[in-house]
Each structure stands twice: as structure tokens, then as C-alpha cells.
Ligand binder design. Structure first.
Ligand code: GLA
Length: 485
């Protein structure tokens, strides 16, 4: 018995993610499954004293209509699955598996003493443009469908929700479709019960944006939205105002130029009112168009300067957030540069003035043309390793006229896949997904690896088949982070 208990503890320690937040990593719940809650929303529930995350549940072959999943967490880093909060019902007029159930959000209605869930309710061709409503006595659900309606008679596509912490009033945010009469984003106040919309507070006119969210500081409001490129990432923008009714500022880009918001789309933001500090988190989605169910999450602290009226997202591979105090800090890692890596086969180091040490590893292909980093210090425990890469497949939006930053009519490929092998153990090949980047733009993607204790580890990067080719992306450096303590 004792032995089993110890084994169980070791097993849990290995399979749970622990306490760091790692944007773009494969996040696993406490059962070891991938966290499956896309384009979702998070609330802090006073009763359970936990965070609850609701999102779109997607599995292979059922990318839409999987219902709304729900997870709870004490620290925003450890997630426990509570299954499906809103289950699709076969033959139902609005929530059957054939329907669109997107961007779910939940708030607690003080008046109704119930949890209210709202989402973008649609048919499979996005022809209805409605808002769905369901309720539950318990935060985890099950939620019971109430209705799907057109907000104040209008169309409603991407759905967001925001509750003002000063007066407790909730608001719906929704883009209202792609037609010429649409293309606005609405900010509309709910009634006190949060059972219906009452009054349009502001209309962001004709910017043709979507995936809206509002961040509230003590002084101001910031509305974040993405452009409309479907599941392809673009430059998320923000607007600023002193009050929800405006006047709102011009939109401005929130992340480093040409990173396409670190390959993510906005959708939600979270205010963490800590004992020492208030921290705002950007809760974004890193969609994987080739396998939507494998899409990941990009969560980053938001940096707001009220004086300069700016809002910025800066990249951090790994950070530690204390939800009690509100403080967070980036974790420092050890860098291994392309300059010191060894190449095999057709892989080689090419001059690149934008690279960390002036060269980038390119020509990585299949099992033979690989690059190896050696002398890597490991801990013997799972630890995050970030691979900084450039993937310059042309970002042509082949099927979408007009949306072609790099190549008119080009064939857009979402990602390359590299193989990662530790210490030559080819029986354990890890798959590293590397999203498309602009030329000269270096982004990173993390993998959790177990290196041996000591300084003699090697990491070899090759190319895996991604549906088109066996090319791996070009590598600039890797950064090895300490394991969680
Ligand atoms: C955008 C929207 C998502 C979803 C996809 C479908 O990314 O924000 O909610 O509707 O388009 O293409």
C-alpha cells in the first residue's frame, strides 16, 4: 500500500504541470490530458475560492459542437477537469453537435443566484449569428439551455463578456458579422439579472474586428480585439477610454510588430486583484488550423502605462504568477546558441543579422539533416525548454483574397513540425510545432523535456512530416528553464 501511494505521488508530480505558466506549451490537466477549453473565459468563484475556465471542447473529427468544457484551478497553472458543463443535445434546435457553440463566458448572477453562461450560438454556416444562454446552480454545471436570441435584434458573431468590478454590471461584446451592414463591435449592457441585453453602451464602428475583450484598471478601460483572419493569427489591437461609453481612442497594435501577437488571437482578459499588485492577463488562443483540437493557449501579463496611455504584451517563455499577491516574475533560463551547435547532413549555419549570434541553423530536414546542441545542463526532472525559431513559409492566405501579407495567392502553411531527441534516444521523439513567422522574426515554442542530471545532455532537432513536407524550422537558440521547485 505504502509503495503504491509513493508511486502515485511520483506519478502525479510528473504528469501535472505545476506552477509556472508557459504560453504555447502543451498544458495538461491533473489527469494528464491536454487542457481542452478553447476561446474561453475565466471567472474567480467566491464560493469555491477557485478560478473556473470555460471553453470550446474540441476533439479530432468534432472540432465544433463539442459543447463547453470546464476546469478549476487554485493558481491558474494547475487545472482540474470537471468534464462538459454544457453538453450538446442530439436533435436540439440550437445546441446539437452540428451547431456552433463558440466563445462561452460565465458570470454569477447575484439576483438569480445562478451561474449564467452566454456564447456565440450559430448554425454550421454562421448564418444565424445569435447569443446562447444557459444557467446552472453550480459553477461546474451541468448548464441548462434557456434560449438563443438576436441581441436587441442585431447580429452577434464573436462573443465576449466583461463585468465592471466597480458596480458589478456585466456587458456583452460582440462583432456583428462580415456583411457590409455589420463589421462593428458592440459593447452592450446586460440587465441586472444578466438574463437579457438592455442597452448599447458603445459601438466600435466599421473596424471589422472580432474576438473582443475588455480590461479594466482603476482608471481606465481597454478593449482588445483581433482582425478577422479566421484561425490565422494577426495583430491584435486595443482601444482606450476613461469610461465604457467612450470616447474611445484610435486602435493600436499591442505586441511586437510582425509577431502576429505571438501567433495568437485575443478573446479574454483577466484582472487579478492581488494583495500587493493588480495584474492583468491576456488570455489568447494559439489556433492550430491543421488540427484545431491541438490548439494551445497564449497567456501573457499585460503592461499598462496610464500616463502614456499604452498597453503592451511582452513575451515570456515561462513565468511564475502568484494569484494571491498578484505578483509575477519571468523565470530565467540558460541559453544555448546556434553558433555552438553541430550540424549533420544538409543542415548548416547561415548568416542571419537578426539572429542572436549572427547565424541561424537552416536546412533542417527529416532524420539526417539535423542540428545538435550539446553540453546542456539538466535536472533529471521534467523541465521546459524553449526553441527559438524562424519559419518563413509564405504567409499567403491562399483562399482569402486581400489577406496576403507575403504572397498573393500563396499556399499558407500553418506550421512545420520538428523532431526533438534528447541524448540520442531516438525511441523518444518529441514533436515540436513551429508556427509560421515573418522573415527575420524569431519566436519560440516550448516543450517539456526530461534531461539527465548534469551537463552532458544533447538535444537534436530534425524535421517531421507536417502534411506537406519534412522540413523543420530554422533554429536560433534554445533556452532551458529550471524545473518547478
Ligand atoms: C475566428 C473567430 C473564432 C471562429 C473562427 C472560425 O477565429 O474568432 O471564434 O469563429 O474565426 O473561422
Amino acid at each position: 500500500m505504502f509503495g503504491f501511494g509513493v508511486l502515485l505521488i511520483i506519478f502525479l508530480a510528473v504528469t501535472t504541470q505545476g506552477k509556472y505558466i508557459v504560453p504555447g506549451g502543451r498544458w495538461r490537466d491533473t489527469d494528464g490530458n491536454l487542457v481542452n477549453a478553447h476561446a474561453g473565459g475565466i471567472i474567480f468563484d467566491d464560493k469555491s475560492e477557485k478560478f473556473w475556465w470555460f471553453g470550446e471542447y474540441k476533439i479530432e473529427g468534432q472540432e465544433e459542437g463539442g459543447g463547453v468544457s470546464v476546469y478549476s484551478s487554485p493558481d491558474l497553472a494547475t487545472w482540474e477537469s470537471h468534464g462538459i458543463a454544457l453538453k450538446p443535445i442530439e436533435g436540439h434546435p440550437y445546441i446539437s453537435p452540428e451547431h456552433i457553440i463558440q466563445r462561452p463566458k460565465v458570470v454569477y448572477s447575484e439576483k438569480a443566484k445562478k451561474y449564467h453562461m452566454w456564447w456565440h450560438a450559430d448554425n454550421s454556416t454562421y448564418g444565424w449569428l445569435l447569443q446562447g444562454f444557459a444557467t446552472s446552480e453550480n459553477v461546474a454545471g451541468p448548464y441548462t439551455f434557456v434560449d438563443a436570441t438576436a441581441p436587441l435584434g442585431n447580429w452577434s458573431q464573436d462573443f465576449g463578456m466583461f463585468t465592471d468590478y466597480k458596480d458589478g454590471r456585466s456587458y456583452a461584446l460582440y462583432s456583428n458579422g462580415d456583411s457590409v451592414e455589420g463589421r462593428d463591435v458592440y459593447l452592450t449592457q446586460f440587465n441586472y439579472n444578466v438574463t437579457a441585453l438592455e442597452e448599447v453602451v458603445y459601438r466600435f464602428p466599421k473596424f471589422d474586428l472580432e474576438a473582443p475583450s475588455v480590461v479594466q484598471t482603476d482608471k481606465s478601460y481597454w478593449a482588445l480585439m483581433s482582425h478577422k483572419t479566421g484561425y490565422r493569427p494577426n495583430n491584435v489591437v486595443a482601444f482606450r477610454a476613461d469610461s465604457l461609453g467612450g470616447p474611445w481612442s484610435q486602435p493600436f497594435i499591442v505586441a511586437s510588430l510582425n509577431t502576429r501577437t505571438f501567433n495568437s488571437q485575443s478573446g479574454f482578459s483577466l484582472r487579478i486583484n492581488g494583495t500587493k499588485k493588480t495584474t492583468y492577463l491576456y488570455i489568447g488562443d494559439q489556433w492550430d488550423m491543421n488540427s484545431l483540437w491541438e490548439s494551445r493557449y497564449i497567456w501573457l501579463p499585460i503592461d499598462i502605462d496610464e500616463g502614456r496611455k499604452t498597453l503592451d504584451l511582452a513575451w515570456h517563455d515561462v513565468y511564475d504568477l502568484n494569484v494571491k499577491t498578484g505578483e509575477w516574475k519571468p523565470i530565467q533560463g540558460r541559453t544555448y546558441s546556434a553558433k555552438n551547435a553541430k550540424t549533420n547532413g544538409d543542415a548548416y549555419k547561415q548568416e542571419a543579422n537578426f539572429a542572436t549570434d549572427g547565424v541561424i541553423l537552416t536546412g533542417i530536414y527529416g532524420n539526417d539533416s539535423t542540428a545538435t546542441f550539446d553540453g546542456i545542463e539538466g535536472s533529471g526532472k521534467p523541465q521546459w525548454v524553449s526553441f527559438y525559431y524562424q519559419n518563413i513559409d509564405d504567409m499567403g492566405f491562399g483562399d482569402q483574397p486581400g489577406g496576403t501579407p507575403d504572397r498573393v495567392g500563396g499556399s499558407w502553411q500553418l506550421r512545420r513540425i520538428s523532431s526533438v531527441v534528447v541524448n540520442g534516444k531516438t525511441e523518444n521523439v518529441e514533436t515540436l510545432y513551429q508556427r509560421d513567422t515573418h522573415k527575420g522574426i524569431i519566436l519560440s515554442t516550448p516543450l517539456q523535456l526530461t534531461l539527465e542530471k548534469g551537463k552532458r545532455n544533447t538535444i537534436t532537432v530534425g524535421g517531421l512530416y507536417n502534411g506537406f513536407d519534412y522540413k523543420g524550422a530554422d533554429i536560433d537558440r534554445i533556452v532551458v528553464y529550471p524545473p518547478e521547485s
